[in-house]
Ligand binder design. Sequence first.
Ligand code: ATP
Ligand code: MG
Length: 360
Amino acid sequence: MRYHRIALLPGDGIGQDVIAEGVQTLNLLASLAGDFRLETQSFDWSCEYYLQHGRMMPPEALNTLREFDAIYFGAVGFPTVPDHVSLHGMLLPIRQEFDLYVNLRPIRLLPGLEGPLRGRTTADVNFVCVRENTEGEYARSGGRIQVGTPQEVATQTAIFTRQGTERIIRYAFELARREGRHKVTSATKSNALQYSMVFWDEVYSAVAAEYPDITADKWHVDALAARFVTHPQTLDVVVSSNLFGDILTDLGGALQGSLGLPPSGNIHPVAETRRGPSLFEPVHGSAPDIAGKGIANPIGGIWSGQIMLEYLGEREAATQLMRAIEAVTAAREVLTPDLGGRATTVEVGKAIRTALRKLY
Ligand code: ATP
Ligand code: MG
């Protein structure tokens, strides 16, 4: 029996609803598979916690989390708590402390669902975005001079280290190999950014040369954004810097048809250099407008649990869970309102679990 220790951080609003469905589904899957177990422990750190205690999580939180194999995260956010408080009080410290340098975002149009691209199906829209998560344009380097004067100048320096650039690109190629994907597309802008992106291109070429079995492809990010819309079927794995990835993954998420669908992982993939657990969360936020109504789509949350299983090495179970999710969307009988249905969060969770039982 393999045991995986999972820290549950459901957070606020619909984060709680979708993680509840995710945990039930993962536990059922573990008992059906019979060869692994999840040992879960839940923490109430959130904006609600912040309003009571003046901080998003207690001082010892990071040390507590370090003992776990993975973090399963819902969402944090509250109308009266500014975004920077929830971000800097929780997600960023976790990402930094555990060096979660990969932001992984599968972009797939699920069977039975329609995205905004007319006539496109799951056969056309099925790729993975790999975004650098620790440096680049978000390195917080820069400043402002002559503030408030007509001579004011603001600079923001993007930082690209060889180690940081190489490891994210290598991860993209390793992922392609592992998943039987054939192409890695790099998002660049070396025609305009003569230091950072020229360097990125050099590192990309060097790493790509080590993977002759994978086609290496690159586009300037503006042209690539257009290709997300016009030629999604030509994309397989997309690797990008922090800022380019931020923009591209939101575009990719939109192609999936509802913000309730896309999943994500914040991952440190290399066992030798790992400092703590990786974190898995749906892309959506706490959605205060539908919180407490029981109609949040749980698929993004459950799918994030599926990526967590892959990361934990439970690849067979992960494959089955994806099949169960796809069986539910393909049938189009039990869907939440964001997908045009009338089902509740719990009903969709149950439908996925029913589909799972049929697979075992
Ligand atoms: P936060 O501050 O936590 O990011 P937000 O106000 O930005 O919250 P999001 O969660 O990003 O809200 O959601 C944006 C919109 O998408 C909202 O109208 C929300 O209802 C909808 N939405 C988000 N997630 C889901 C979901 N799982 N199911 C259905 N609708 C969703
Ligand atoms: Mg938001």
